[in-house]
Design a protein around this ligand. Structure first.
Ligand code: EPU
Length: 338
């Protein structure tokens, strides 16, 4: 079924809860309907926005273009070997419901990505990641529709050019495709990833380590640390963890001997943005209706009634402060839609 609306409120379609409106809003329930929508709008010069769970977006204004909402549901096994299962999930599936389903089948790979907000279709775009695992570790293929001509194609894992919170869909192929489905290669003999200190600690509360206990441990950690979007509007981590040169890192370490870090390669090192933001005095800071979360300052919160441009302005202040105090430019992870 195809639904096309005009001047449509996106308030319930973005986890910041911002009352932005779309000039046109087009929703499709099947891949064929989605192709029809693409054919209707492909020669229209208005900007297009593909909306998933709306959990990584900040509308600074109304969207004077066409919002396309692929409401494609379900999943199916494509093939199996004695060791692996290839399962295709459609773009409109809720991410965490799909992770729960995989865990219930004892298919390993996605359990560390439990409780990440959003839909399946968004997972390859920014290569979602948490607790030592990234979506790219399990993605086999990504099915897409070309927004210019409605053609269908598949990207292999390598063609997606995945990086840390990055893929071809944020670079060369930005705004060119709609993801319709993602095929995951999951293990029938799961190996649990418990290297992350927080996860290891939480798992001690469970009698055994298996996919279900890892999932529950991660749900517990996330519920403690991260604000639920239903309570306070937010889009998870607002900034990426910056990768800096050893020079910059050593300068910071001279002043802050306890600076946390993760090695990237022999020349570069990652510093948690949360630490930079906290050290610059922004942890739990609130200005009007906007603030950083008390236990994870990487998350910016709409305490109610904030506008997108207020949130954007607050984020820019954090960027300026970290730049002037630490000499590091924080990159926004959230997509700014203006
Ligand atoms: N930290 C502080 N102060 C704080 C919180 C954290 O200094 O108040 C420092 C600590 O040194 C801590 C480090 O930051 O060890 C890392 O914190 P955390 O484990 O919470 O992870 P993160 O690097 O801040 C990333 C992802 C999260 C993901 C977690 C868990 C990014 C941008 N964010 O956050 O992803 O859940 O790891 O693996 O990579 C998201 O993308 O929306 C998201 C929530």
């Amino acid at each position: 079924m195809i639904i096309i609306e005009e001047c449509y409120s996106l308030k319930s379609y973005n986890t910041f809860g911002l009352p932005a409106r779309a000039r046109f809003f087009a929703e499709a329930g099947t891949v064929e309907d989605l192709r029809t929508i693409v054919n209707v709008f492909c020669n229209d010069p208005k900007p297009k926005l593909i909306l998933g769970g709306g959990s990584n977006l900040l509308f600074t204004d109304d969207f004077d273009g066409v919002v396309i909402f692929p409401d494609l549901k379900g999943n199916e096994i494509i093939s199996q070997t004695p060791d692996d299962v290839y399962v295709k999930a459609y773009a409109g599936e809720n991410w965490d419901n799909f992770v729960a389903y995989c865990v219930s089948q004892n298919w390993g790979g996605l359990e560390n990505l439990s409780l990440i907000p959003g839909n399946v279709g968004a997972c390859p775009i920014q290569n979602i990641g948490a607790y030592g695992v990234e979506a790219k570790d399990c993605i086999d293929k990504v099915d897409v529709i070309n927004l210019k001509n409605g053609e269908i194609r598949q990207f292999t894992n390598a063609e997606c050019k995945f990086g840390y919170r990055d893929s071809i869909f944020k670079r060369e192929a930005k705004d060119q495709y709609i993801v319709t489905a993602v095929t995951f290669k999951l293990s029938k003999h799961p190996v649990c990833q418990t290297k992350y200190a927080d996860v290891n600690e939480e798992l001690k509360k469970f009698p055994e380590v298996n996919l279900a206990s890892i999932r529950q441990a991660i749900i517990n950690i996330r519920e403690r640390k991260l604000p639920a979007p239903e309570k306070f509007g937010n889009a998870g981590s607002f900034f990426k963890n910056p990768v800096v040169s050893m020079n910059i890192f050593n300068n910071i370490k001279a002043e802050y001997p306890n600076v946390p870090s993760y090695p990237v390669n022999e020349h570069n090192i990652k510093i948690p943005a949360a630490w930079l933001i906290q050290t610059c005095g922004w942890k739990g800071k609130r200005e009007g209706n906007v603030g950083t979360h008390e236990t994870q300052p990487l998350v910016i919160i709409n305490y109610g009634g904030a506008t997108g441009s207020e949130i954007f302005g607050f984020a820019q202040k954090i960027q300026q402060s970290v730049l002037s105090q630490m000499g590091i430019e924080l990159e926004m992870e959230v997509n700014i839609i203006s």
